[in-house]
Design a protein around this ligand. Structure first.
Ligand code: NAD
Length: 510
């Protein structure tokens, strides 16, 4: 079922729905997926990968249509879209093929003395139909880490893209849908109410990425339904800028990892805790660079794309206003340009009471909090309700590594930030309210597969089988003594085992 069939009507680029239709669309999608999933699961990982690689190559060739769509739906400029949305699908499929390939069924060697003539293996079984509920900020590349492993592990999927970017995400899903059996890839469009319908439509596992508010509801509902879920929610990443950092490189890195995707990344830097001894020079250099950055809609040769939707723009404006009202100093930016463009904004002298320090802003804004030492920065980061990522910027990598150990976050980086979100081999996860869902790496695969233990016994009988009597007690006592190193007790074991075997044969003789 391709996206158009699950589509519930569009207006202004936002998919709309009526609840009854949405419910039906979600259920129909799950039914279609369930019928075909065993056939898909019956293929090998390599066979599934061939189909997905074909789709990924076509995506690379069709990139221009995607870049137009992403620009139309969320305003992302094409140069940025080329790097963040269009370049990655083939690499993602190839990397996941290796990760999933290693996580397939395997034999487990059992101790032949403790478990004579027994064999065991672990079969990794696809969950069945995986529901994937997605946000809008990376409408294509944000799906690699769920759609690709879900399909490669042999599941069928029902994807519910964000209502803000329905066509970009459907573009991605449709490329896969063309290469796999009909019904393996399904798309149901609509808003949060439709997402809730997908959760309750009979799926076997759920992957949610989005805000804390919606994610908690999804997690609770999945727990009630008894289905596994991986729920990844918001972030408020911080950078700790130490006095001994390489200033020029730090300014470059923090500029990019704050403003990439117009700051609309779960793992974008939103706060910089800067050691007082370097703060003036850091703020001045950052301000100088940011005032040269170009923003807003229109020409693609700008660095900061417009915000993805009106709601996001209003959050950014409210946070900046709140910070200024509470005493922050505007270094640069602080205003809208045309359309949904917002100038890259630095706010100095920020404090923990400001929304721009406490809540997710998700825009091109950096709050500078000046600190007198690293302890103050670590305490502030650990006190945040979010726990996705944090970075330390210093020339002294050994010292930075010691600091990393103290940070209560899921992703910690030194002299860089957030790039690991696009690396399939590295877990992308959080702590606290960001959630404990794991994306990427083999550690995420239990969302898509469950282990089934298969054990085979070829021994004629077991000494501990019924009946229970003196012969079994003597054997048990000898086993205890053998474990405690009593050689005399251990020496009796062969005789006691023979006695037990004889006793069992006599007892069960017809
Ligand atoms: P959102 O929570 O508003 O929406 C995300 C998705 O959930 C959408 O498809 C939406 O329709 C759906 N949804 C909303 N309510 C639902 C409900 N009750 N039941 C089921 N589905 C529901 O988030 P958003 O604004 O689209 O995305 C931005 C947020 O996503 C930010 O907080 C960002 O930090 C977060 N995010 C997190 C990660 C991560 O890896 N931790 C990655 C990307 C984005």
């Amino acid at each position: 079922m391709l996206s158009e069939k699950g589509m519930i009507g569009m207006g202004n680029g936002v998919a709309r729905h009526d609840t009854k239709t949405a419910e039906n669309a979600a259920r129909r999608a799950v039914e279609a997926a369930r019928i075909v999933q065993p056939e898909w699961a019956g293929r090998t990982v390599a066979e599934r990968a061939v189909a997905l690689e074909r789709a990924a190559k076509r995506m690379l060739r069709d990139r221009q249509s995607l870049l137009h769509l992403v620009k139309e739906e969320m305003g992302k400029h094409e140069v940025e879209g080329l790097f963040t949305e269009a370049l990655g699908p083939l690499d993602a499929v190839k990397a996941w093929k290796k990760i999933v390939g290693k996580a397939q069924s395997r034999r487990v060697l059992l101790n032949p003395i403790a478990f004579p003539k027994k064999h065991a293996r672990i079969a990794m079984v696809p969950r069945g139909v995986v529901g994937i509920i997605a946000p809008w900020n990376f409408p294509v590349s944000g799906l690699y880490r769920s759609v690709v492993p879900a399909l490669l592990t042999g599941n069928a999927i029902v994807l519910k893209p964000s209502e803000y970017t329905p066509r970009s995400s459907a573009w991605f899903a449709d490329h896969f849908a063309r290469e796999v059996p009909h019904g393996v890839v399904n798309v149901v469009q609509g808003d949060g109410a439709v997402g809730a319908q997908v959760v309750e439509s009979g799926i076997d596992a759920c992957v949610f990425t989005g805000s804390i508010n919606a994610g908690k509801k999804v997690r609770v509902k999945c727990a009630e339904l008894g289905i596994p879920s991986s729920v990844e929610m918001g972030g408020k990443d911080a950078a700790i800028v130490l006095g001994d950092c390489d200033l020029e490189r730090t300014v470059m890195g923090i500029t990019h990892w704050t403003l990439a995707n117009a700051g609309q990344s779960c793992g974008g830097i939103e706060v910089a805790y800067v050691e007082e001894r370097i703060a003036d020079r850091f703020v001045e250099a950052l301000g100088r660079a940011w005032s040269k950055l170009r923003t807003g809609p229109g020409d693609d040769d700008v660095e900061v794309s417009p915000l993805g939707n009106d709601h996001q723009l209003s959050v950014v404006e409210a946070h900046v206003k709140d910070a200024l009202a509470k005493g922050a100093k505007l270094v640069t930016g602080g205003k809208k340009t045309s359309g949904r463009g917002y100038m890259p904004t630095i706010l100095d002298n920020c404090t923990a009471e400001m929304d721009v320090v406490r809540e997710e802003t998700f825009g091109p804004v950096l709050a500078i909090v000046r600190v007198w030492g690293t302890e103050q920065a670590v305490r502030a980061i650990n006190a945040s309700k979010y726990g996705l990522g944090a970075s330390i910027w210093s020339k002294d990598v050994a010292r930075a590594e010691r600091l990393v150990d103290k940070l209560d976050v899921g992703v910690a980086t030194i002299n860089t930030h957030q790039f690991t979100g696009a690396v399939p081999q590295l877990p992308w996860s959080g702590t606290k309210q960001t959630g404990f869902g794991v994306a990427n790496s083999e550690l995420s695969l239990l969302t898509y597969m469950h282990p089934k233990t298969i054990a085979i016994d070829e021994a004629p009988s077991e000494p501990f089988f019924m009946p229970f009597d003196r012969t079994l007690r003597d054997l048990g006592e000898a086993l205890v003594k053998a474990q405690l190193g009593d050689l005399l007790g251990a020496a009796k074991l062969p005789l006691l085992l023979r006695r037990r075997a004889k006793r069992l044969r006599e007892f069960f003789k017809g």
